[in-house]
Each structure stands twice: as structure tokens, then as C-alpha cells.
Design a binder for this molecule. Structure first.
Ligand code: NAP
Length: 253
């Protein structure tokens, strides 16, 4: 574990499950006070309670990241309970599988609203906290599909590629304020999302069969993403910004 200096407050979105939960657990273990923002209020509170039971500090708040007012209301609670936010991990996301010609404008707009515009809202509402103290860390969870493209996932890949562009541009704009902005595109992590897709036959094989074709011969785990995230939000990563840190077992190089 790497110690996070000085009682930092972190917001991790979509952290009631999967990768986000792994990140929240890791940052809390490293000493951050972690606010879990998730669509499902009960699941967010339950995840925070589990983290708090380990002696770390966490609160869970129901927030739909596509709704700017809900994000602001969540931030108001975090400010009251913990204080200003120094670390933001934009992880909340929804998957999308549909032949391109069947993607309706509503489906397209909802996916972009969560995966891309949700990231925009959270960054815009929390960067002022970081500017006030001249230190901040933002990590955006994108997707390894942005390396290669993916059939039947045009809307998803477009949203996540937008997250990569947003990351690079924010890094350039806010570097002088001590704020770093990086993205981790995960590749094939064993989470409830991945298992849901396996059950629906969307993976083109089982999780295990994919693992056999992965250079490191196993599926990724939320802890793998959490470890990279813990490094990127640390003090010692202060000269790393605008970067794409692939965590994918060698599936994309
Ligand atoms: P997951 O297990 O489904 O967890 C995602 C979490 O985000 C869930 O708790 C979900 O809540 C929440 N969420 C969804 N929409 C939200 C919204 N509008 N506002 C707030 N929270 C919301 O998925 P995961 O596999 O951990 O994925 C985490 C991130 O990694 C996503 O951005 C995903 O696109 C990305 N990713 C994952 C993989 C992978 O291999 N697993 C690969 C590439 C990228 P509900 O459960 O209530 O919907």
C-alpha cells in the first residue's frame, strides 16, 4: 500500500461495484476519506459501510452522474462531512451492445450522458476545490476498446474515446494548478459488468476462454486497476499527466 499524504478526500463514481469498488477500497486503505457516488443509493451505502468496517473512512451517496444537480448535491454532502475534494476518479459507466444501425438517438444520448458528460460534470464541479489548494488528481476510467474500436459498441467506444480526449485536454489546461489528469483504459476485468455480458453471450466466449488468450493468462481484477489508480493519485506521480496507462494483461500494447 502507498500512503496518501495528508488526509485527502476522494470521490470515486460508480464505486458500489466492480472496478470502482476496488478503487474505493484501495484509496481508503491508503488513507483517503472516500466518497462513493453510485446510481444505487443502498449499494453505495453498503459499500461505504464495508470500507468503514475495516477502520477506513467512507460515505456512500446516491448520485446519477448524468444529472449535474445530483452531483452538486453529492458534493455538498462531501464538503460538509469531509471537506474539499483532492482526488476524483471518474469510473461510473454503462456498457452498450447494439448493431450500429439500431442505435437510436435516445440510446446514444443516454450512453454519452453517463460515460462522457458525467465525467465532464464531475471534473467541472470538482476542479475548483483542487485549484484552491494547488493540488489535485483526476483519473478517468476509459476502455481498452478505444485502442482498437469494437463492432456493435460504437456508442460505447465513442463515449470512452471522448473521455481520452477530455483527459488530455484537461491535463494541458490545469497542469499549472498542480492538477494531474490521466486515464486508465481497463482491458477485460472480471467484474459484474463483464459477467453480465458473458451471460448474454456478448463476449464471444467465456471469461476463462478470453483469459487463455490474454498474454498474462488471467482476467484482470479490480485490484489491478486500483493499483494503477493509487499510483496516479500519489504525490510521486506529479510529473505524469495527460497519459493513457493501459492495464490489460498485454491484450493491447
Ligand atoms: P460495473 O460492475 O457494472 O460497475 C459500474 C458501477 O457504475 C455500478 O455500480 C453502476 O451502478 C454504476 N453506474 C452506472 N451508471 C451510473 C450512473 N449514471 N451514475 C452513477 N453510477 C453509475 O462495471 P465495471 O466493469 O466495474 O466498470 C467500471 C468502469 O470501467 C466503467 O466505466 C466501464 O465502462 C469501464 N470498463 C470496464 C471494463 C471491464 O472489463 N470490466 C473494461 C473497460 C472499461 P448499477 O449497477 O446500479 O448500474
Amino acid at each position: 500500500m502507498s500512503e496518501l499524504s495528508g488526509d485527502k478526500v476522494a470521490v470515486v463514481t460508480g464505486a458500489a461495484s466492480g472496478i470502482g469498488l476496488g478503487i474505493a477500497q484501495r484509496l481508503a486503505a491508503d488513507g483517503a476519506k472516500v466518497a462513493i457516488f453510485d446510481l444505487n443509493t443502498a449499494a453505495a451505502e453498503e459499500a461505504a459501510a464495508k470500507i468503514s468496517a475495516t477502520g477506513a473512512t467512507s460515505i456512500g451517496i446516491g448520485v446519477d452522474v448524468s444529472d449535474r444537480d445530483q452531483i452538486q448535491a453529492g458534493i455538498d454532502i462531501v464538503h460538509e462531512v469531509f471537506g474539499p475534494v483532492a482526488i476524483l476518479v471518474n469510473n461510473a459507466g454503462m456498457e452498450g451492445f447494439r448493431p450500429f444501425l439500431k442505435i437510436t438517438p435516445d440510446v446514444w444520448n443516454r450512453l454519452l450522458a453517463v460515460n462522457l458528460t458525467g465525467t465532464f460534470h464531475c471534473c467541472q464541479l470538482l476542479i475548483p476545490d483542487m485549484m484552491d489548494v494547488g493540488w489535485g488528481r483526476i483519473v478517468n476510467i476509459s476502455s481498452s476498446s478505444t485502442h482498437s474500436g469494437q463492432p456493435f459498441m460504437t456508442h460505447y467506444v465513442a463515449s470512452k474515446t471522448g473521455v481520452v480526449g477530455l483527459t488530455k485536454s484537461l491535463a494541458l489546461e490545469f497542469g499549472e494548478h498542480g492538477i494531474t489528469v490521466n486515464t486508465i483504459p481497463p482491458g477485460f476485468i472480471d467484474t459484474p459488468m463483464t459477467r453480465r455480458n458473458e451471460a448474454k453471450g456478448r463476449l464471444g466466449g467465456s471469461v476463462e476462454s478470453h483469459a487463455e488468450r490474454t498474454p498474462v493468462r488471467r482476467p484482470g481484477r479490480p485490484e489491478d486497476i486500483a493499483a494503477a489508480c493509487a499510483f496516479l493519485v500519489s504525490d510521486e506521480a506529479g510529473y505524469i499527466t495527460g497519459q493513457i496507462l493501459g492495464v490489460n494483461g498485454g491484450r493491447n500494447t
